[in-house]
Design a protein around this ligand. Structure first.
Ligand code: ATP
Length: 623
């Protein structure tokens, strides 16, 4: 017999269904079906099609939220808002509450499934067998969770802090899981754990936005440029959804939203460098610090890192310098923040800045590790977009806008066409604590290429006294158990380069040398929360490590030379059939927390480095 509450539920169901049909809200079901598909496919075209389908079914009011959820985040990192990453204990409690199971039961199921998301799904299935949820989801469909509700609740969970927050979070999660279907519960739990990293890179979402709102992939460069100028995919999607694709064609930077940094190519021969940049060049000191993108609007200052995180809180001293040294009301500048010796004022290496990451005693740390700022670009000034202007013009503006001092000034530089002069300045930079030089093209097309690594900037770095002229930055995608002294730890890592074309990570080498005991302890802890039971969909590997991990950590690696190897997938077949490019005797140098996995050395760069190495060997005189 139907009771009053069932009648009410049915009424609510039809009311919601009517709202869905009008297109105002989006059922979570649509997103979860897409997530389920994405788990099974690896082809870039198929993945793009799934995302296109999701975006086509998304009401414009929530397109930004859907884009973030597809990325596995709630908002861009640079907003500096808390991330989800809810601990296992909370989730176990919430799953128990939502499924009427005991915590022991949840733990037992978790032990066998090895996946909390699956655990929630299984327990929900058990619970709903024969229940009302099953009835509603069978023939009539279901008036279930909406994307909006889930997003808003997840945001609330992330933002809840302080006293009593633990219980509140558990209740909010349990509430969501109670309403969810088994499949939805699986993804909600994975999202809460911070593990919902599907095979979706930014590149795929950019393609999908171009197709949905422009009508074809031909619009991809326009969408990409907009995203490079305002690195917030959600807000770009919203802008296009409301105002059309044309509205982003001439998009300008906005103070407070980071611009993707322009990056340099690498070479080690002054003649070649000068000819690549067209003869005359601006040759700048390459400081070994942290890149800072400085945004100023009146007295408000933000500093964004190379990977676009908001690092303003680490540099209250720089914030003060910006207020007093930058004369414009509104500007976006770039420079290198460098640690200095408090006694001598000499430049210190990048690693020293890591102490600035401490949250609590920053004012103490400021005294121990003072910094200087060396500015090298200006991208926006008083309403003028400077990214489209040549570097000579940008430098003129920079000079006018900055009141220089000992600690806040324009980077040292020379302008030259002479390789010998370049070499002399390079040596001077190295002797004075620099990493080498960055050589910049001075011609009229030398604009600021946001988000691109190109030949307008070329870095010429110190030789590390080895065959490889430069270190490479590789991403950890898996690990092998250590033996002997390293037993119980992850002793060797499987490292990969980024393949831009396919938006995947391709393996280059195993890395087991260069780690201290402390590093190994840390690695074991670092990998714990990102361990996967299966290969990440964006990883392309012929090797099977003991564990797979979400591509997240980037390490600087130096090797004896680049070699060909049948084991690795990086540039497989590009030089020789069935062989990829690998690194001989790779050694860990340091972590690169300032780099995202997509900022790692690309497969194309490794191919270029390999070709150069071959050329050098061919050119060297035989004894
Ligand atoms: P690397 O690992 O060599 O520091 P990267 O991948 O971080 O390089 P690149 O664009 O390849 O970035 O190299 C330039 C980097 O050098 C910038 O990101 C910036 O942090 C640093 N740098 C130091 N001095 C300068 C300068 N004068 N002009 C541009 N970049 C500079």
């Amino acid at each position: 017999m139907l009771c009053l509450s069932d009648v009410f539920k049915t009424y609510v169901y039809y009311l919601r269904k009517a709202v869905y049909l009008l297109g105002y809200v989006m059922e979570l079901k649509i997103l979860v079906e897409a997530f389920n598909q994405l788990e099974k496919i690896t082809s870039r075209t198929q993945i793009t099609n799934v995302v296109v389908n999701v975006l086509k079914n998304t009401p414009k009011e929530i397109v930004d939220k859907v884009v973030y959820l597809l990325q596995g985040v709630l908002w861009p990192d640079w907003k500096g808002l808390p991330e989800l990453g809810v601990g296992e204990k909370y989730l176990i409690k919430a799953i128990a509450k939502a499924t009427g199971s005991s915590e022991e039961e949840v733990e037992k199921t978790y032990k066998t499934s090895g996946d909390l998301g699956k655990t929630a799904e299984m327990l929900k299935m058990r619970k709903s067998a024969g229940g009302l949820t099953k009835f509603l989801s069978s023939s009539t469909g279901r008036a279930g969770l909406t994307v909006e509700k889930v997003y808003d609740t997840l945001a609330k969970i992330a933002l809840t802090t302080g006293e009593g927050s633990r219980d509140l979070k558990i209740n909010l999660i349990a509430g969501l899981l109670t309403e969810a279907t088994p499949s939805e519960a699986k993804f909600i739990v994975r999202f809460l754990e911070g593990r919902l990293r599907l095979g979706l890179g930014e590149a795929t979402i950019l393609d999908a936005l171009a197709i949905v709102f422009g009508g074809s992939q031909a619009y991809r460069p326009i969408v990409e440029r907009a995203y490079n100028i305002r690195a917030d995919l959600g807000s770009i999607a919203r802008l296009i959804a409301y105002e059309g694709i044309k509205s982003i064609e001439n998009i300008k930077p906005e103070v407070g939203i980071p611009i993707k940094p322009m990056l340099a190519e690498r070479l080690d021969n002054p003649e070649e460098i000068l000819s690549k940049v067209g003869g005359k060049a601006l040759v700048e000191f390459k400081y070994d610090g942290e890149r800072g993108q400085i945004h100023k609007k009146d007295d408000t200052v933000y500093i964004f890192s190379r990977r676009l995180e908001n690092i303003t809180h680490q540099y209250p001293d720089v914030v003060e310098m910006v207020r007093t040294h930058v004369l414009s009301n509104e500007a976006i500048l770039e420079g290198e923040i460098v640690a200095t010796d408090p006694e001598t004022g000499e430049l210190r290496p990048f690693q020293e800045l890591m102490h600035r990451k401490r949250k609590y005693d920053i004012h103490e740390v400021i005294k121990e590790i003072p910094v200087k700022v060396f500015l090298f670009d200006i991208l926006y000034n008083e309403g003028e977009d400077l990214t489209t202007k040549p570097i000579a013009y940008r430098r003129e503006v920079l000079k006018k806008v900055v009141k220089e001092s000992e600690d806040f000034r324009i980077a040292d530089y020379i302008i030259t066409e002479d390789p010998q002069e370049l070499e002399k300045f390079f040596l001077y930079c190295i002797e004075n604590g620099g990493e080498g030089v960055v050589v910049k093209a001075l011609h009229s097309n030398a604009i600021y290429q946001a988000g691109a690594r190109g030949w307008l900037w070329i870095k010429y770095k110190r030789d590390y006294k080895s065959e490889m002229i430069d270190t490479v930055d590789l991403v950890v995608v898996g690990a092998f158990a250590g033996r002997g002294k390293r037993g119980g730890k992850w002793g060797t890592l499987l490292m990969a380069a980024y393949d831009k074309k396919t938006d995947t990570f391709k393996t280059v080498c195993k890395l087991g040398t260069g780690f201290t005991d402390k590093d190994l302890e840390e690695i074991t802890e670092m990998l714990k929360p990102i361990t996967l039971s299966h290969k990440h969909p964006r990883v392309d590997s012929d090797i099977e490590p003991d564990i797979w991990v979400i591509p997240q950590y980037v390490a600087e690696v130096l090797g004896a030379e680049l070699t060909l190897s049948p084991l690795h997938t990086c540039c497989k077949g590009a030089v020789k059939k069935d062989a990829g490019i690998s690194i001989r005797f790779p050694r860990f140098i340091k972590w690169r927390p300032d780099k995202k996995p997509e900022d790692a050395t690309t497969t194309d760069e490794l191919l270029e480095m390999y070709r150069r190495q071959l050329k050098k060997v061919e050119e060297s005189p035989t004894p």
